[in-house]
Design a binder for this molecule. Structure first.
Ligand SMILES: Nc1ncnc2c1ncn2[C@@H]1O[C@H](COP(=O)(O)OP(=O)(O)O)[C@@H](O)[C@H]1O
Ligand SMILES: [Mg+2]
Length: 269
């Protein structure tokens, strides 16, 4: 089959039309293609709002993933620069993620061991800090909820049939608290998608969006918000190697600020 129009450019892949009803996702890194293919098969078997996965093909020497085409803008592009629209979408996002977290799985790589491994292999974190961070992680609760672990407004397509969640490359099973902290961390970050809508440029708007998103998740679960600070140190630590340049530095600085605070608390005890 011949590749069609370019539909989207992400950090890991480009997505093109493929035939009348499908798309092909071509990864820059072939290892990621194999990883996402495995996740996509599992997602296909679960009751989740995800595009139907059609298999792995070879396209001009590269591996391509075939998915059902979902029409519509991503949530990122659907949010209007008004408080009403921002709050509506922030709450919708929390509800969609909450829905995913109700699905449990014991087969997937487990979140805590996976991120412990990543932190231990990071070149940017000292051995001293690795010990502190992995100790914190070990003290946090386990879980076996489906965690998308890259859940943000550009991975939700607002289709005529309702919101559909794409991009399950980072799929893990673990505690929902970890997934919500990761999303909250990403929303607050200065790193924005290329050509992002103007309202996102203002940090205050992103903070407002984050606050509404977190409040809604807390309202749905009856949890208190302490988990966000508890998970933030390992969440930032695992993010470092995914970022480059000034955005990597932003994450390192946030992590160091928190580690320092933690050190002061420990000394006080
Ligand atoms: N099934 C799909 N149907 C239509 N467009 C899609 C589909 N999957 C992805 N896209 C488009 O391609 C973009 C990148 O895809 P995504 O899976 O999020 O890749 P990345 O991992 O690089 O972020 C999306 O933001 C969206 O615009
Ligand atoms: Mg994406």
């Amino acid at each position: 089959m011949k590749i069609g129009e370019l539909l989207g450019i992400g950090n890991t892949a480009r997505v093109y039309r493929w035939g009348k009803t499908e798309v092909i996702k071509l990864f820059y890194d072939q290892n990621f293609a194999v990883m996402e293919a495995k996740n996509a098969e599992l997602i296909n078997s679960l009751m989740l709002r995800a595009p139907k996965y059609g298999g792995l093909v070879d396209y001009e020497g590269k591996k391509g993933l075939i998915y059902e085409r979902i029409d519509g803008p991503t949530m990122l592009w659907n949010i209007e620069p008004s408080e009403e629209s921002m709050f509506y979408n922030a709450r919708l996002m929390a509800n969609l993620q909450y829905e995913i977290h109700q699905v449990k799985n014991k087969l997937l790589p487990n979140l805590k061991p996976e991120i412990t491994h990543k932190i231990n292999h990071s070149q940017e974190i000292s051995n001293h800090d690795k010990q502190i961070i992995t100790d914190i992680l070990a003290s946090l609760p386990d879980g076996n909820s489906i965690c998308h672990y890259d859940f943000h407004p550009d991975n939700i397509i607002m289709s005529p049939n309702g919101p559909i969640i794409i991009d399950w490359l980072n799929l893990l099973a673990g505690n929902p608290e970890a997934d919500v902290t990761r999303t909250s961390m990403m929303i607050q970050s200065d790193s924005l998608p290329p050509n992002a809508p103007g309202w996102l440029m203002h940090r205050e708007s992103r903070e407002l969006f984050n606050k509404e998103y977190v409040s809604e998740y807390i309202r749905l679960t009856g949890m208190n918000d302490e988990f966000l600070e508890e998970w933030m140190i390992p969440t930032l630590a695992v993010r470092i190697d995914e970022m480059q340049g000034e955005y990597r530095q932003e994450i390192i600085d946030k992590l160091q600020t928190r580690l320092k605070k933690q050190d002061e608390v420990d000394e006080g005890n």
